[in-house]
Design a protein. Sequence first.
Length: 266
Amino acid sequence: MPTKKPILRGDIMAKAEIPRDVMTFWVRGGVLRPIDAPKTGTGFKLRFEWYEANIAAIMNQLRILGVSIKGMLSVCKVYRDAIAFFDGRGATRDEVHAMWTLDMIERNVIARRVKRWGYRDIVEAPGFDPDTNPWIAAEAADNISMEDELWAEIVPWTAEIHGAQKVTVRVMELWEGMPREEFRRHLDPYVNITEQAEVSYAPDGVASPEELTFFWRVGETDDYRFRWGPDAGKLARADGAKSMIAIDVSAVLRSVWHTPDGGASA
């Protein structure tokens, strides 16, 4: 990352491309949260955590598209809850990525084992011919333990080739005590809002739907939900969304950190 140092109010305005009056309104309204802020005042000496620049940039896109401040606050809460969840466990962004790998491995192994149990039911059914379906018989006969199967999948990810996001003993210890559903709920918002890309890899390109983040409301409330990924739009409609906002969040965040020196002012 270019920096994790605190960032000044004026730097957020420049990076997120927001006017001074909007910045003042957001600080007073709680959309952006200064570090150790006094009860009054919104001067340029206020400092913010670096990721507030990311929040500001995304909120600016939502503001332009007509989202109310209450709607912005609902989105901000999801981001900040995700940051608090992982920071509270002392996990770095790279360690979260490594745990993401462990989560995918664990899900895949469990899915394979469920399928294997199904094959055993087939093999044990009257009239099954192992010579006709040898691969089903072979799968059903596989008695590898859950622990061994997981470890066989994990070992390649402990190699140095994976750099800072490799699986380490510390990562596995963090993962052992990680509540799975909470991890999965907070994962996408955390990885999303802690992005600090230095350059745009497709400055003139148009993002595909799979790369967009969809924001939507359910009912008449100001609470917004959002999701990223290939099924985001479909899931939003299934959730009852009558209208959606689609934003290329990664492109927005690349723009925030695409400065000549590759970093932010402290």
